[in-house]
Write a protein that binds this ligand. Structure first.
Ligand code: MIC
Ligand code: SF4
Length: 645
């Protein structure tokens, strides 16, 4: 039987298991990426493993998130990251060089390879025919140490594309259409693989936009074939030798298929405050817009900004709206300049920022009170923008710029002729801000510089025989890691300081959570959190597991868990237990005292279900959806305890 693109790449990298869906597998990882917000912790963990040099084909450390230097902390972390990279044979992308996923796509993505990144949007590189997966920092640290990546073999959802995008409709609208259909949890346990005649109509940056946003559907990753369009992209990036054709076999079988005729699409928007709250732009048109931002790893490529510059050459920004542009990379900026497009952005009234994540993670660019902000970002979770409440809509660059010039939400098709965009056959290339690894001898002599904000990781104790504790918080469905461990300009600089960042766990839902949790911990009782469906969706930040663990959380109970968060919980010794009967969610409340007798024994014996005794309410069955390896990590209390006993 024929294979799909995903199956071909996975099969070549299997260290354990087979292509059988739902079974545990382990994959050899060729490349890794980290960014600064997750990277400081990931490299502290890598150091704890004690390897002299990375064992991947290529590892890159990017600085793109914590760019505001309002005190010493981010600046110190950047220097730590730069010296760690030099010490261990890692590429270093300096601050201002661009967003990790955009730069990786330009300079390193390679068809047929595997990439593991400590950022949930790592699948962006799937636009270039590779299997690129987001994971917690510790999993990436292990991959840098040469260990395989463990996961459950996903099902493959084929997205069969036909037709061609109409004018003013772009890759973002493809992803929004899918988000509307699949919702933020429709991709759980799946790889989205795009195939069919419509694929050739999409450029590599278009494909990257679509692959990027598969993350918002909960997908393990997304992948496109590597075809002649991919070859042209690599040639334009001066690295055609990295091309390898990877197409699905004629008789490849997908576990399920969604069909999409690209020509049937219209401009869409994700309305506040979830990426899957999708409506046609025509339905929301006319609402006044205060802020428009074009940027993020989803939509800030040269293609996107060329469209924006063309529109701004025809119409200036409306006086009541602020248009901000965060170019995806310095390469994008240089090429805009070389093509004469940059001046249209400036002349048309755009406010130009440096290349990086910026407002996408609340590092500046907060919108004004009670005002609509239109963004080409990835997520519009409530409050992520830094303003609360906020009214953030996620749209294509076309819809964003049309609205910026009109001052109200505008269907871009009203703007007349659609600009014809052609990507250069050869990009202007400049890797000045991309520092290559040092040779081994020189690397050994590098001294790693640590600022006072870098606090080493504590050791975590093993799982006790019985779990005895209290439900401290009950939350609903689709709780994001932004709820659990918020980001933003104030909290992000604490990513390398666990005791300090822990004070903010669940702060938006219960400002007293960390104090109450520590009090329970001091009494020797386990802190328990109860969630609904898709608990922990969103980012890969392991701090959403690490910081609660520091506060004494040992058990999380939910109707279902998001993939990366579940893996992070396990890595740091928090038991993710699934309600065997979802109706029991209603029976449990914050304040309930709970007890699981013999939890260690249950895990070591491979039991799939345990009973939790709830004071005054009887027993509730919990499912343990865990592999043998997960159980070993949980028993040890932390993956690092297993690696370095
Ligand atoms: C995000 O978009 O939420 C982030 C910030 O990039 C996170 C990583 C982090 O929290 O550092 C992600 O998507 O994984
Ligand atoms: Fe950065 Fe936003 Fe992309 Fe996360 S989603 S990597 S914050 S641009």
């Amino acid at each position: 039987m024929g294979l799909t693109v995903a199956e071909k790449i996975i099969e070549k990298h299997l260290v354990k298991g087979s292509l059988k869906r739902g079974e545990p597998i382990a994959l050899r990882i060729d490349q890794t990426l980290t960014q600064d917000a997750t990277g400081t912790m990931a490299y502290l963990e890598f150091e704890a493993v004690g390897i002299d040099r990375v064992r991947t084909e290529l590892s890159v450390s990017y600085v793109d998130h914590n760019l505001l230097q309002t005190d010493f902390r981010n600046a110190d972390d950047h220097r730590f990251l730069q010296t760690v990279a030099a010490r261990y044979g890692i590429w270093f992308s300096r601050p201002g060089n661009g967003i990790c996923h955009q730069v990786h796509l330009e300079r390193f993505a390679r068809p047929g390879k595997t990439l593991l990144g400590s950022d949930s949007h790592t699948p962006t590189a799937g636009g270039c025919g590779m299997i690129a997966i987001g994971a917690g920092g510790l999993d990436v640290a292990m991959a840098m140490a040469g260990e395989p990546f463990h996961l459950i073999m996903p099902r493959i959802l084929g997205v069969y594309l036909t037709g061609k995008l109409p004018p003013w409709v772009s890759a973002r609208d493809v992803a929004l259409w899918l988000l509307g259909k699949l919702t933020v949890k429709g991709g759980l346990g799946k790889i989205l693989e795009y195939f069919g005649p419509g694929v050739k109509e999409l450029s590599v940056p278009d494909r990257a936009t679509i692959a990027n946003l598969g993350t918002e559907m909960g997908a393990t990753t997304s992948v496109f074939p590597a075809d002649e369009t991919t070859r042209a992209w690599l040639r334009a990036q001066g690295r055609e030798e990295h091309f390898e054709e990877i197409l699905p076999d004629e008789d490849a079988r997908y576990d399920e298929v969604i069909e999409l005729d690209l020509s049937s699409l219209e401009p869409l928007a994700a309305c506040p405050s979830s990426p899957d709250n999708v409506k046609p732009v025509v339905e929301i048109a006319g609402r006044p817009v205060a802020q428009v931002i074009i940027g993020s790893c989803a939509n800030s490529s040269l293609r996107d900004l060329l469209v924006v510059s063309e529109i701004l050459s025809r119409h200036p920004v409306h006086r009541d709206t602020c248009l901000e542009i965060n170019p995806g990379s310095l390469q994008v900026v240089e090429n805009l300049e070389a093509l004469g497009a940059f001046r249209h952005l400036v002349h048309g009234g755009a406010r130009i920022h440096q290349s990086g994540c910026l407002g996408c993670i609340g590092m500046g660019q907060a919108p004004p009170t009670k005002a609509i902000s239109l963004r080409t970002f990835t997520r519009n979770f409530l409050g992520r923008s830094g303003t609360r409440p906020d009214y953030v809509y996620l749209v294509s660059p076309e819809t964003a710029v049309a609205s910026a010039v009109r001052g109200v939400i505008t269907d871009p098709r009203e703007l007349g002729e659609y600009p014809k965009i052609k990507l250069p056959e050869k990009f202007v290339l400049n890797d000045t801000l991309l520092l290559p690894p040092l040779p081994e001898e020189e690397a050994r002599r590098v001294e790693i510089v640590r600022g006072p904000n870098i606090v080493p990781l504590p050791r975590f104790d093993p799982l006790p025989e019985d779990l005895e504790g209290e439900i401290l918080l009950k939350v609903g469905d689709n709780i994001t890691t932004d709820h659990i461990m918020p980001a933003g300009a104030k909290i992000l600089p604490l990513r390398s300081n666990l005791p300090a960042i822990s004070e903010y766990v669940f702060s938006a839902l219960d400002p007293d959570f960390s104090r109450k949790a520590l009090a329970l911990k001091e009494k020797g009782r386990a802190v328990v959190v109860l969630g609904g469906e898709n608990y922990g969706q969103g980012s890969s930040r392991e701090h959403a597991a690490l910081a609660p663990r520091y506060l004494g959380v040992r058990l999380k109970i939910a109707k279902s868990f998001a993939r990366i968060h579940k893996a992070n919980l396990i890595n740091f010794g928090i038991l993710p237990a699934v309600l065997a009967d979802p109706a029991d969610y209603e029976r449990l409340e914050a304040g309930d005292k709970v007890h699981i007798a013999g939890i260690r024994k249950a895990l070591s014996q491979g039991l799939k279900e345990v009973y939790m005794e709830v004071e005054g309410r009887g027993e509730i069955p919990l499912r343990l959806e865990l592999t043998q390896r997960d159980r070993e990590i949980l028993l040890a209390g932390c993956l690092l305890n297993l690696v370095k006993p």
